[in-house]
Design a protein around this ligand. Structure first.
Ligand SMILES: [Zn+2]
Ligand SMILES: [Zn+2]
Ligand SMILES: [Zn+2]
Ligand SMILES: [Zn+2]
Ligand SMILES: [Zn+2]
Ligand SMILES: [Zn+2]
Ligand SMILES: [Zn+2]
Length: 208
């Protein structure tokens, strides 16, 4: 009893501690799990279960000479859950031959001719580190350059799996991107249809 009281006295703050609500943490796509892929090789391909989820390989992985690109991103302290949500990154990361070299590559931002290394500008939209600049850029893995996010934002089509014109849009009907312009014109395939036939039923069939 006595020792318990003494312990309380040394920590007066714990006495009136009210049960607090759990703090709203930053959104995470999934709770941290122990990553584990079944690879026996070097995790070079998309087949690797860790890489597929955008996770680095861990101690429980049995891979050898691992080159899982997400392990490399982690080496450079790049936020992996964020990176995994970048479709342009996800569609390209396995195609980059020398990922470390790419991450250390220097790019000049047109806003103020500031030189940056790719590793410091990932993932997703980043701000120019130039003094009093802060201009928004986003790296396109498809084009290997920085895209002016303020005027011509990056448009990476998840279905075509490549970057396109920022005024582009994807047509589910002909399954390709087309130029939609600022006002969101319909795909030319629909225009042809309106002129060419009276068959309006097809419109509804095209919607998945
Ligand atoms: Zn693996
Ligand atoms: Zn693994
Ligand atoms: Zn691995
Ligand atoms: Zn700048
Ligand atoms: Zn892209
Ligand atoms: Zn179309
Ligand atoms: Zn598309």
């Amino acid at each position: 009893m006595a020792s318990k009281r003494a312990a309380l006295d040394t920590e007066p703050d714990t006495v009136d501690k009210v049960p607090t609500k759990p703090k709203p943490k930053r959104k995470k796509p999934s709770p941290p799990k122990v990553p584990k892929c079944g690879c026996r090789g070097d995790c070079r391909t998309r087949k690797c279960a860790c890489g597929k989820k955008g996770e680095a390989c861990g101690d429980s992985c049995k891979c050898t000479g691992c080159v899982n690109p997400f392990s490399i991103l982690k080496e450079y302290n790049i936020d992996l859950p964020d990176a995994a949500q970048d479709k342009c990154l996800m569609d390209n990361i396995y195609k980059v031959k020398d990922l470390r070299g790419r991450l250390e590559q220097t790019y000049e931002l047109e806003c103020c001719e500031e030189s940056v290394q790719l590793k410091d500008m990932l993932p997703r939209v980043c701000h120019c580190p130039g003094e009093e600049c802060g201009y928004e850029w986003q790296y396109s893995w498809c084009w290997d350059r920085f895209i002016d996010e303020e005027y011509r934002p990056r448009y990476h089509c998840e279905k075509c799996r490549r970057c396109g014109d920022y005024r582009g849009d994807h047509c589910d009907r002909c399954n390709q991107c087309y130029f939609a312009g600022h006002y969101g014109f319909p795909c030319p395939c629909r225009e042809e249809d309106e002129v060419g036939s009276d068959d309006e039923e097809r419109e509804t069939c095209a919607v998945m």
